[in-house]
Design a protein around this ligand. Structure first.
Ligand SMILES: [Zn+2]
Length: 238
């Protein structure tokens, strides 16, 4: 039995990407008893505010709010994420270490160029991780192949038409709490005008309101898929 195994593994290009776009869904599934880990592909060292150490501490606080089983930083270059062989092998090692059934990753198209690159990198690694001839080792031991059953791209800065949405109304307050843990990113100590921060947080809330509207729920998070999904019958949909 692999003690590292999680049900859901969420990748983000930068610390806070996952919280901004998918904290609600993660909180919902953790409450259902599912185990979740987050991989921050970079330490966020190119961010305009804060530094690696402060961002690491903030991510720790956010992780506790979410109730994660584990979180780690892969250490790819912030602002320079590339879908190359070296990066793919590093991501494959993590997929095999955590053996998730479901992988979440960045939006396929977004404002920060790292996001789309990270999305493609993680999606390709998920497929290649299923090939046994792609040999990787963890703690000196050979890792067997592992291919996650589902890959979902969360939607972050740019408004994208989602392929499906999930109701997060009851998770919304805690989601915002996890985002506010990233004080250096969203609360500028030199800016005494609180509106700049509030505007950003409002933008997240507004996106979630728009995604919830067709379902007649207050808040929802939206996701995209590369492979379309199937359900057993009409009545599984809402
Ligand atoms: Zn980001």
């Amino acid at each position: 039995m692999n003690s590292n195994k999680v049900d859901i593994l969420a990748f983000g290009a930068h610390p806070d990407d996952v919280e901004c776009a998918a904290a609600g869904v993660l909180l919902k599934h953790i409450a259902m008893g599912k185990s979740v880990a987050i991989i921050d592909l970079t330490a966020g060292e190119m961010g305009s505010f804060g530094n690696v150490e402060t961002r690491k501490n903030e991510a720790k606080i956010a992780s506790e709010i979410l109730g994660l089983k584990s979180r780690e930083i892969l250490g790819l270059p912030d602002g320079g994420i590339e879908n190359n062989e070296t990066a793919r092998m590093l991501v494959i090692e993590l997929i095999r270490k955590y053996q998730p059934d479901i992988v979440l990753c960045n939006a396929l198209h977004d404002r920060h160029p790292d996001h789309a690159n990270a999305a493609k990198l993680v999606a390709d690694a998920c497929f290649l991780s299923g090939l046994k001839k792609k040999e990787t080792f963890f703690d000196g031991e050979f890792q067997g192949p592992w291919r996650p059953a589902f890959i979902y791209h969360y939607i972050q800065d740019y408004f994208l038409q989602p392929d499906f949405v999930i109701d997060i109304t009851h998770q919304m307050d805690k989601k915002m709490e996890s985002i506010k843990a990233y004080k250096s990113q969203f609360i500028d100590p030199n800016d005494h005008n609180p509106n700049s921060v509030l505007a950003f947080l409002d933008q997240i809330k507004n996106m979630n309101i728009i995604y919830g509207r067709p379902l007649n729920v207050k808040y929802a998070e939206g996701f995209n898929v590369s492979r379309y999904l199937g359900v057993a019958d009409f009545y599984q949909l809402r």
